[in-house]
Each structure stands twice: as C-alpha cells, then as structure tokens.
Design a protein around this ligand. Structure first.
Ligand SMILES: [Zn+2]
Length: 348
C-alpha cells in the first residue's frame, strides 16, 4: 500500500511513469512547450485540492532537471539529474513551502529573498534552475513583493513553478506575471482504478463514496480512506437525520469543534449531491437512497441551494485560523435550515 500524499511537501522523487495517470498528459504538454522554447518561465498550476498539483509541480521540476534529450519521456528516474533530485539535494532546485511554526503557516520574506539570491547564481549542473512554490497563496505580502521582479523577468534558464488551489488569494501582481494552467479532475473510472490499485482495504463501494465525498478528487479521496474519514462521514449522515427530525444544531456541532473544515466539506458534498439528484443527475453512491429521499423531502431546492452557498462561504473562511466551535455551529445551523422548512439560522 502506498503512502497517501501529504501536504506541505514537494515530491521530486516520481518518474513520469509513477505519476498518477491523469497528470501524465499535462506533464507531457508542458514539456512539449518547453522543448519548443515556449514554456513560460513562471507557471501557475491551479485546480481543486486533491487533484495532484503538487505532484505535477514536483515532477515537472524533476523533468526540467532530467538529462534526457528533448522529446524523451521525462523525468526518466535514472539519469544523474533525476537521481540527485530524488535525493532532495539538487543544487539547481529550490522548494519554497510554508514554514512550520510560522504564524498562519506563511511563506516569509526571508525565504523568498533567499530564493531570489539562488535564482541569480549560475547553474551548477549546467542546465535549468528551478524553484517550486507551494502553496503559493501562502506567500505573505512582503514575500510576494520580493518575488515580483523574478516573476516578471527571471534570469535566463530559470523556471518558477507555483501551485495553489486558491488562485484568488494571490496578489494580482503575482497572478498576472504567471502563465496559468488550470487542471480538471480525472474521469471517475480513472480515479477509481487508481485508488483501487493503491488502497488495500478498499472495496468498490467505499472507494466510490470516498471519491464522491472528495468531489472526484482522487488524492483527497485517498486521504479520506487512509484517515478513516469515512467513519466521520457515517457519523455526519446520522447527524443529518437527527437535524432533519428537529435535533439541536448547537449540540450536533460539538463533535466538529476540532474539524470544522471536514464538516464543511462533508456537508457541502451532501448538499451538492442532493441538488444534483433533484436535477436528475445519476446517483454517485454518496448517500444511501432512503436517506437521500428523506433529506430531500424536508428541504426545498432553493433552501438546499442557499445552504450550499453559505457552507461553501464558511469553508473559504476556514483557511484562516478561527474559532472552530463557532464555525461548526454556523454550519449545523445552515444544515438544519436547509433540511427543515422554517428554521431561521441565527448567524449571517
Ligand atoms: Zn532523468
């Protein structure tokens, strides 16, 4: 069983063949641009969390330092460049990630300045110099400002690879200096096959449910399966039944005080699924059919839609540290409002 991909790392150990299959065509497209001399020196990879932007960024960095000739599949995994990159010590590669322990887990200006110094050194292995910045929305203002000149006009042979699931949080001055590549989710069959190969105690039903819960994002589904996120989800289903039947939202929120984001993701996925089913979309296996009927019967399409929008709003605000209890309560109040007519949420 493979390790799930964790946050705040940049994996530069994968060869092209080891990359999840839906990322390979994107890598090949970027390398084709590079070989044609048309790869933008500052690349911004966007797309939802759990899609593999980090993996693609790491693999592209490794490919740019691979010694194989243009046109060959890269990263090959065997050449000297690939080997040093996998050892995490390639002298022409830098990774910029949020500093552990820094307030709000930001990328700070000292790190950014040191990166700029690095970009102006001569390459030690005679090829490209590459910097990977993930998640780049964590650059604090000063750090972002110190990178502007390098993003605008980097030294020759330099490539900056940025990735984020929240490009809207980037300063426009950064965004406008990058070429944006937006990744979409793989088709459900490909994601399911990949998960089946990687997880031991899967079972098609669990894998489908995890994928549905993760909005089709395979790496997010893998994390759910690995962390027993499905157990939390089963609990959430029971809570929805109680809320629909008049249960107390404040009491139901207590369980989620430490994990309001997980609650928001689960609730949003369920509401989205109910809405999809009301519009005739096929059942993705997220909700047991009898529960879906019961929940849909209590709330109007409009109420479900409103709750979905509000919970998505809560989810965005959770990227900043805040009172988890209050956030969980607000979400449960919105759920209660959606699932039974006439319940007035007390918070805006
Ligand atoms: Zn190589």
């Amino acid at each position: 069983m493979s390790e799930p991909v964790t946050a705040d790392t940049v994996d530069t150990t994968l060869s092209r063949e080891a990359l999840p299959p839906w990322l390979r065509p994107e890598l090949d497209r970027l390398l084709a641009l590079h070989d044609a001399g048309r790869l933008h020196h500052a690349l911004l990879l966007t797309g939802r969390s759990g899609l593999g932007k980090r993996l693609l960024a790491g693999a592209l960095a490794r490919a740019l330092l691979c010694r194989q000739a243009p046109g060959a599949p890269r990263p090959c995994g065997d050449c000297r460049g690939c080997q040093i990159t996998a050892g995490q010590s390639h002298p022409d590669l830098r990774r910029l990630v949020p500093e552990a322990g820094s307030e709000r887990s930001e990328i700070l200006v000292d790190s950014a300045r040191s990166l700029v110094d690095f970009l102006h050194l001569s390459p030690q292995m005679g090829g490209a110099r590459v910097a990977v910045i993930v998640p780049c929305d964590r650059l604090n203002r000063a750090a972002a400002n110190s990178l502007l000149k390098s993003l605008e006009e980097p030294p020759p042979g330099v490539f900056l690879i940025l990735a984020t699931g929240r490009p809207g949080r980037l300063p426009p001055t950064v965004r406008s200096r990058c070429a944006v590549r937006s990744l979409g989710p793989p088709d459900a069959g490909a994601a399911e096959r990949w998960l089946t190969e990687r997880t031991e105690a899967g079972g098609t039903e669990r894998i489908r449910r995890a994928l549905a819960l993760a909005g089709g994002m395979p790496l997010a589904a893998e994390r759910l399966l690995a962390q027993d996120g499905l157990a939390s989800y089963e609990l959430l289903l029971q809570q929805l039944q109680r809320l629909a039947a008049g249960g107390d939202p404040v009491q139901e929120a207590e369980r989620w005080e430490q994990a309001p984001a997980e609650l928001a993701d689960g609730a949003a996925a369920i509401l989205a699924d109910l809405l999809r089913q009301q519009h005739g979309a096929p059942d993705r296996g997220l909700l047991p059919a009898d529960l879906a009927r019961q929940l849909a019967a209590g709330g109007s399409t409009e109420a479900l839609h409103q709750a979905f929008l509000r919970i998505s709003e809560h989810r965005r605000s959770l990227d900043q540290p805040l009172n988890g209890r209050l956030a969980a309560e607000a979400i449960c109040l919105d759920l209660a409002a959606a699932l039974r007519g006439g319940y007035a949420p007390s918070r805006q």
